[in-house]
Ligand binder design. Structure first.
Ligand code: CA
Length: 243
């Protein structure tokens, strides 16, 4: 059986060596790139199963590497590793297409657990298209409890049943689903979903939240999924908050 290929894009030798040893030991086929340009040179002829990406690279911004990898490949999970820890940067990282975002210094055991979880998810949700033909990468869904989203296909399922969402409902849910438990102000959601040129007011957000609740909640008048945070905005109840 082929070992999963994990590529590390990281210019700090001490970090990349430690990652290389950790990942090789865990049974992965590891390659290390110190520069974004070296990564893209190799990426042109082979696509790995997972990418660990440092945000601060000497030649190319890690966010641009992330975006470009997303544009070039059908789907590859990307874990972004960074010393930046401002929440706004995290958001940008996710919007650039990172699946998981770890702040340095991170616990190597947590990193390994995240990687294993990603491969398990892919295995579980990937239709086994192994027999013949080209290897087709399977998109990792965003999940929160019974809610799942495959962004490349713009598909959302609740308890395994597809949800029919309008484009704005979808975009709104995507932001909330990327950060379960995080509170978003109405203005922030307005900017992220409708853009800076939008001239309406933040009640637009409320209207779309109401519509989403009609589709997501067992009882839309008693929301348990898409919660109002009084005086602030909205959040998606993280799966483990329900317990
Ligand atoms: Ca770096």
């Amino acid at each position: 059986m082929r070992k999963p290929a994990v590529w590390v894009v990281e210019d700090e030798r001490a970090i990349s060596s430690a990652l290389e040893i950790l990942l090789q030991h865990a049974g992965y086929d590891v390659r290390v790139f110190a520069r974004g340009a070296d990564f893209f040179a190799a990426f042109a002829s082979f696509q790995p199963d997972l990418i660990l990406l440092d945000l601060n690279l000497p030649d190319i911004d890690g966010l641009d590497v992330c975006r470009a990898a997303r544009d070039l490949a059908a789907y590859i999970p990307i874990l972004m590793l960074t010393a930046r820890n401002e929440p706004v940067d995290k958001l940008i990282g996710f919007e650039a297409g990172a699946d998981i975002y770890l702040i340095k210094p991170y616990d190597p055991r947590e990193l390994l657990a995240q990687i294993k979880a990603i491969f398990r998810l892919i295995e579980r949700h990937g239709q086994s298209q192994a027999e013949g033909g080209a290897r087709r990468p399977t998109e990792l869904p965003l999940t929160n409890g019974p809610l799942m989203m495959w962004d490349l296909r713009r598909r959302v399922e609740l308890n395994g049943q597809p949800l029919d969402l309008s484009p704005k409902e979808y975009d709104l849910l995507k932001i909330l689903l990327r950060h379960p438990g995080r509170v978003f102000g109405r203005e922030t959601l307005l900017r992220l979903v409708w853009g800076y040129e939008f001239t309406g007011d933040s009640r637009t957000v409320d209207v779309h939240v109401q519509r989403l609740r009609q589709k997501l909640e067992a009882d839309p008048s008693q929301p348990r999924v898409l919660l109002t945070v009084r005086g602030v905005g909205y959040k998606l109840a993280a799966q483990d908050e329900d317990a």
